[in-house]
Design a protein around this ligand. Structure first.
Ligand SMILES: [Zn+2]
Length: 451
């Protein structure tokens, strides 16, 4: 059981130290409003196109043809996929003639078996399909742990909101159990006819290199996969990912806009309808990604490091308030750091960073500057009292090196500071990560390497 936050530390006012922080009431209201975009339902877009939203984290869609249906994406596992199929069967009982994966992330490819009978339909995917998150298998222990924090998988109900583009609770126990490997690989722009439905498939590298989008010329519906959803894109995932090619992502979304779809189906969240609205959304999504990339590269070439650039880059004023660009999932400042590291690696060009002191030596010298360990303790408590939670967190990172009592104090301050930061965060991965980490600290689940 998680104890209530250490109220002694929670004294207002609080200082907002990141672009995705607002007062705690506003943060909660924003997240509750965003949750309407993934409430469970089937949305009928045209006579023959249906999208099942909220049956798991991602969407699955059904296109009805003359003698069968086509399924786009299959959720995380067969249990959630079976529920979605049952809902689809209210509208059509024709057999599944094809499955198409928009990309290889597990929440899109793990439930395919639920959609097929004895006869296996072809399964389409882009030729580079890798059936993984792009993370090496030997990193599974750390990714699992960080992923659980990002998604808030083990948060108690009173701390649970959502995942930014997905509900907080999903059926995950049969994760990947229904995966069917692709049998047909898309190699370049491809036109097909399946069950009497004309469809076009276009490779569209972005969130993953193996992403594609699907265009129905008759119905003017575009399935964007995870290169579009109703939130700022997750150009970097804090659970840990290799570099996602941001420039490709922007280009792929701009290409989607050239189709001027009447309906735009993202990989998550509700579809968008209306040609002008959907096209504008795609153009502005592409513009947002491109702008973050361009601003970052300009700043890099001016010699700035990621710590500074992350505070400087902002979305252009004319699009910053667009509902599909609010940072519920991705974060601009995280994207900046990812672009920096993705292009140049960890070294920011500042020779002071080439061989930094051991963290313990640095902590001892900072304590000396503060006038001694006790004074550093007082400064850390004072930061909490003043609502400077981020600063308190950073000071606690020094304290923890300075002896056992200081380590205990650092732990307590971190728990309180993380919960206070979480309360004012509307970026769901940040919020979930802060809360999960605080709980792990409180429950004694973090060893010396983590803390
Ligand atoms: Zn997804």
């Amino acid at each position: 059981m998680i104890k209530k936050a250490l109220t002694a530390f929670l004294v207002l006012p609080s200082i907002l130290s990141a672009a995705t922080q607002v007062n705690s009431d506003a943060a909660l209201k924003m997240l509750q409003k965003q949750a309407k975009h993934f409430e469970q339902r089937v949305v009928q877009l045209t006579e023959n196109v249906y999208v099942a939203v909220g049956f798991h984290g991602a969407n699955t869609s059904m296109i009805v043809g003359t003698d069968g249906v086509i399924i786009v994406d299959t959720l995380m596992g067969p249990a959630a996929a079976t529920n979605a199929l049952k809902a689809f069967r209210e509208y059509s009982d024709k057999p599944v003639k094809a499955i198409i994966y928009t990309h290889s992330h597990p929440d899109h490819i793990g439930g395919a078996s639920a959609f097929v009978g004895a006869e296996r339909p072809p399964v389409y995917a882009e030729k580079g399909f890798i059936n993984s998150t792009g993370i090496r298998g030997d990193l599974a222990p750390v990714i699992k742990r960080r992923g659980a924090r990002q998604f808030g998988r083990v948060l108690p109900p009173e701390q649970t909101t959502n995942r930014g583009i997905a509900p907080a609770r999903t059926i995950d126990k049969d994760r990947g159990k229904g995966h069917l490997p692709p049998t047909v690989f898309i190699n370049g722009d491809t036109a097909l006819s399946v069950a009497g439905v004309d469809l076009e498939i276009y490779p569209a590298p972005g969130e993953t290199d193996d992403a594609l989008f699907i265009w129905l010329p008759e119905e003017r519906v575009l399935f964007a996969g995870d290169n579009f959803y109703h939130a700022f894109p997750n150009l970097y995932a804090i659970r840990g990912t290799r570099y996602r090619n941001v420039l490709n992502w922007s280009t792929s979304v701009a290409r989607m806009a050239t189709f001027e779809p009447d309906h735009l189906v993202g990989g998550h969240t509700l579809p968008l309808s209306g040609k002008d609205f959907a096209t504008k959304a795609l153009l502005e999504y592409s513009q947002a990604i491109g702008s973050v990339y361009d601003q970052t590269v300009r700043a890099i070439n001016a010699g700035k490091g990621p710590d500074l650039i992350a505070h400087e880059v902002k979305l252009p004023a004319d699009i910053v308030d667009k509902p599909y660009l609010i940072e519920f999932y991705g974060s601009v400042s995280h994207a900046v750091r990812a672009i920096y590291t993705g292009l140049l690696g960890w070294f920011d060009g500042n020779p002071a960073k080439l061989n930094r002191l051991h963290p313990r030596d640095e902590a001892e010298k900072v304590a000396e500057l503060a006038g001694g360990v006790k004074k550093l303790e007082r400064k850390t408590r004072a930061a909490m009292k003043a609502g400077e939670f981020q600063w308190a967190l950073e000071l606690a990172d020094y304290l923890k090196w300075l002896g056992e009592a200081e380590r205990q104090l650092a732990r307590e301050i971190k728990i309180a500071a993380l919960r206070a930061l979480a309360a004012q965060e509307y970026n769901a991965p940040n919020r979930n990560y802060y809360l999960s980490y605080a709980n792990e600290l409180e429950l004694g689940q973090l060893n010396d390497a983590w803390f």
